[in-house]
Design a protein around this ligand. Structure first.
Ligand code: C5P
Length: 214
């Protein structure tokens, strides 16, 4: 069983996808971590967050990603996310990461299936997924969650207005890029989590999947 969970940043996809994987006994792949790990490799090689990205170097960094690169806690830093968002607009990078994602879905480590979360899982990576969810929330609510997450992690210098502006900028870039833009698959179930906490979102997602499974 393959479950595709797509949606914009901080909509609650990751937590939801992880819980669905646990509930249905499936492997889980956070595909955003692949783009973040690619960005991290470029940063470690001396790239600046705002500088122009060299497509060939970025594609080589993407092609070199190994599973152990995806568990680095620094991947969640804002500057990594900012560069990941720009790196992910390059078709060369998306092509380099496509096989990794498809291989994971075809041969998940746990054997019985997988949940993948990202931006283009239901549309490009796994268009044949058994279940597709498109998880959204208002930009304001997503920014509020991101601020809370950063504060929880101990970051004291958090500018809420800046977080909201950056989130909107990232949404725009993800939705407007030519290569695999963020969009709901025609057969995806929409799940707006603006007024749902994680338990309620999980319950709603589980009900959608269980109903489809019959
Ligand atoms: O989901 P997360 O914020 O970790 O993703 C980091 C960046 O990677 C996003 O801003 C998005 O641009 C990109 N991404 C993507 N396609 C995916 C997953 C993430 O373009 N499947």
């Amino acid at each position: 069983m393959i479950i595709a969970v797509d949606g914009p940043a901080a909509a609650g996809k990751g937590t939801l996808a992880r819980r669905l994987a646990e509930h249905f006994g499936l492997a889980y792949l956070d595909t955003g971590a692949l783009y973040r790990a690619t960005a991290m490799r470029l940063l470690r090689a001396g790239a600046a967050v705002e500088a122009e990205i060299e497509a060939e170097a970025a594609a080589a960094a993407a092609a070199a990603i190994e599973p152990e690169n995806l568990v680095d806690p620094t991947l969640r830093q804002e500057q990594t996310g900012a560069l990941a968002s720009r790196v992910s607009a390059l078709p060369e990078v998306r092509a380099a990461l496509l096989q990794y994602q498809r291989d994971f879905a075809a041969r998940p480590p746990k054997g019985s299936g997988a949940v993948l979360d990202g931006r283009d899982i239901g549309t490009v990576v796994c268009p044949q997924a058994d279940h597709k969810l498109f998880v959204t929330a208002s930009a304001e609510e997503r920014a509020r969650r991101r601020v809370a997450e950063l504060r929880e992690r101990g970051e004291t210098d958090v500018d809420a207005d800046q977080i909201l502006a950056e989130l909107k900028e990232r949404d725009k870039r993800d939705a407007e890029r030519q290569a695999s833009p963020l969009k709901a698959a025609a057969d995806a179930h929409l799940l707006d989590t603006t007024n749902l906490d994680i338990d309620a979102a999980f319950k709603a997602a589980k009900a959608l999947i269980s109903a489809a499974k019959g």
